[in-house]
Design a protein around this ligand. Structure first.
Ligand SMILES: O=C(O)CCC(=O)C(=O)O
Ligand SMILES: [Fe+2]
Length: 257
C-alpha cells in the first residue's frame, strides 16, 4: 500500500476533530445549565483564525452580504458562507453537533417539548432541507471602530437547533495594545442576556481570547427552580468596538428558509 502526501498530512479539519474529541463535554453541559453559555478555549489556533477571517473579502465564498445598519441590527457587516462550506467550518459544524445534540435533547425534554435531535448533523440537516430550510447559515462577521451587534436571536424558520457557537478570530486587547499592533481590537465584548419570567433581565459578558468559542442557547433554555424547571429566553450581541477590527465565525446548526 502506498501513502500519498495528502493522506499523510493532517489537515486543519483533522486537528479540529482531535481538539473536539478532547473537550470535557460534561463540563460544557454543566456550564450551559448554570449560565446558558460555555467557553471552549483555543478551539481554533491562530493560523485557522487567520485563514477564516482572510476569506472575508472573497465574495465567491459567500451567498449573501448583510450591512447591519440597513436592517437596524447594529453597525458592521456579515456574510453567510455559500456551499461548499470551507473545510474548517464544515468540520466544526459536523464534529461539535453530536455533543451538543445530547445536551439539546436533555433541554427539550426538561422543557416538555416533543422535539428530539438526531445524533449526527447530516440527519438534522436533512430534516431542515425537507422543511424548506436549505440555505447554509454559518457566517463571518466583521466589525470596525464604533460597530456593534444588537441583542438578537438567530432563528431562520420553524426548525431551530437550540445551541449555537461563535468563535472569536481576532486578538482582543486594550486600545493602547491595538495602537501598538499587539491586539486587533478593543471593546467588542460578546454579551448574553437572559430574560426570566416575571423578573428583570440578567446580562453576562463572555470573555473570549483569539480562537476561543462560546456555546450558547439560541432561544430558550430550562433553569432549575425550587418548583421544577422554568424557561428563560436568551439573546446575544456584541458591545461597541472601540478600536481596530474584529472578526467572528458564527456556527448555527439549522439551515435557513
Ligand atoms: O460577533 C459576535 O461575537 C456575535 C456573532 C453572532 O451574532 C453569531 O455568531 O450569531
Ligand atoms: Fe447571532
Amino acid at each position: 500500500m502506498t501513502t500519498t502526501l495528502e493522506t499523510a498530512m493532517p489537515t486543519a479539519a483533522d486537528a479540529i476533530a482531535g481538539r473536539t474529541g478532547r473537550i470535557d463535554w460534561a463540563a460544557v453541559a454543566t456550564a450551559l445549565d448554570r449560565q446558558g453559555s460555555a467557553i471552549l478555549p483555543g478551539l481554533l489556533v491562530p493560523d485557522d483564525c487567520a485563514t477564516i477571517s482572510g476569506l472575508y473579502p472573497d465574495d465567491s465564498r459567500f451567498r449573501s452580504h448583510v450591512v447591519m445598519a440597513r436592517h437596524g441590527f447594529g453597525q458592521g457587516a456579515y456574510k453567510y458562507f455559500a456551499r461548499p462550506l470551507p473545510d474548517l467550518v464544515a468540520a466544526l459544524r459536523g464534529r461539535i453537533y453530536p455533543h451538543l445534540a445530547a445536551i439539546a435533547n436533555g433541554w427539550v425534554a426538561r422543557m416538555g417539548l416533543d422535539d428530539r435531535y438526531p445524533d449526527d448533523h447530516a440527519s438534522f440537516l436533512a430534516r431542515c432541507h425537507a422543511a424548506g430550510q436549505i440555505r447554509p447559515t454559518p457566517l463571518l462577521l466583521e466589525y470596525g471602530p464604533g460597530d456593534y451587534n444588537c441583542l438578537h436571536q438567530d432563528l431562520y424558520g420553524a426548525l431551530a437547533f437550540p445551541l449555537q457557537l461563535a468563535v472569536l478570530l481576532s486578538r482582543p486587547g486594550t486600545e493602547a495594545a491595538v495602537a501598538a499592533g499587539d491586539a486587533d481590537f478593543s471593546g467588542g465584548e460578546f454579551v448574553l442576556t437572559e430574560q426570566r419570567p416575571r423578573m428583570q433581565s440578567r446580562a453576562e459578558v463572555v470573555p473570549l481570547g483569539q480562537g476561543d468559542a462560546v456555546v450558547f442557547a439560541v432561544n430558550q433554555r430550562p433553569v432549575r427552580g425550587t418548583r421544577g424547571d422554568y424557561r428563560v429566553t436568551m439573546r446575544h450581541g456584541v458591545s461597541r468596538v472601540r478600536a481596530g477590527r474584529r472578526h467572528t465565525l458564527g456556527i448555527i446548526f439549522h439551515d435557513a428558509q
